[in-house]
Ligand binder design. Sequence first.
Ligand SMILES: Nc1ncnc2c1ncn2[C@@H]1O[C@H](COP(=O)(O)OP(=O)(O)OP(=O)(O)O)[C@@H](O)[C@H]1O
Ligand SMILES: [Mg+2]
Length: 248
Amino acid sequence: MKEILSVNDLRKIYHTPKQEIFAVDNFSFRVFDGDFISIVGPSGCGKSTILSILVGIEEKSSGKIEIADNIKIGYMPQDDALFEWLNVLDNCLLPLKIKHVLTKERKEYVIKLLKKYGLGSFLNSYPQNLSGGMRQRVSLIRILATNPDVIFVDEPFSALDYQSRLILSDDVYRIIKNEGKSAVMVTHSIEEAVTMSDTVIVLSKRPCTIKKIIQIKRKENKLPTENRKDENYGYYYDMIWKELDLHD
Ligand SMILES: Nc1ncnc2c1ncn2[C@@H]1O[C@H](COP(=O)(O)OP(=O)(O)OP(=O)(O)O)[C@@H](O)[C@H]1O
Ligand SMILES: [Mg+2]
């Protein structure tokens, strides 16, 4: 499989007027085409920092990040960041307009995606009239509009109730797999990590370092809600739970 991203010995120290915050230490990983990688770790350990550096919002302090030629990165922040004054279609077209790459074909592709993923009757609706899960789907389609190869997703379901999380984890998984994208997802949820990804990276407390990398093997790859019933689910859940040592 083709390697699309490699990170070596990433380190981040924030310098604020009052103090230095050591957020990330010795973080290395690689992403191959088609991977679905989850990053789990305790609150405040530095997960979002890692994503922000990888998508270029934040500077690294040291380390090496190599992105293969012609690889495009998409970023889905924790907050869906839809513009309330733009309808669903215009929200999705905005990144293309900003980059001056909006073509008839791209627009048709976006409309096709919106229809394919249950938003066909909402093209002219405004975000405030959508459910939380629908907003997240629009947000994901907006990212797909720019045709990224790999999508970095930060806690995509955190604002949703449990049932909506389950449904949306299936939706997000299906969209990412159907459209042939690789994904790196930060999550608090061991359940989401085990049911959605092939690889789970468990981080320590701040400054986060990698405690363990776990390859998830399933009998069959299905949707996350189905993968929950896989015979190895409990085994992986317990393994990650122990590694996370949230109690001390
Ligand atoms: N821009 C910043 N300036 C200074 N410190 C920051 C900045 N962003 C994050 N931090 C600090 O870096 C540490 C790691 O933050 P980060 O948001 O990466 O953690 P996280 O694992 O994503 O947390 P959460 O689980 O709450 O989402 C925290 O102590 C945070 O306060
Ligand atoms: Mg975070």
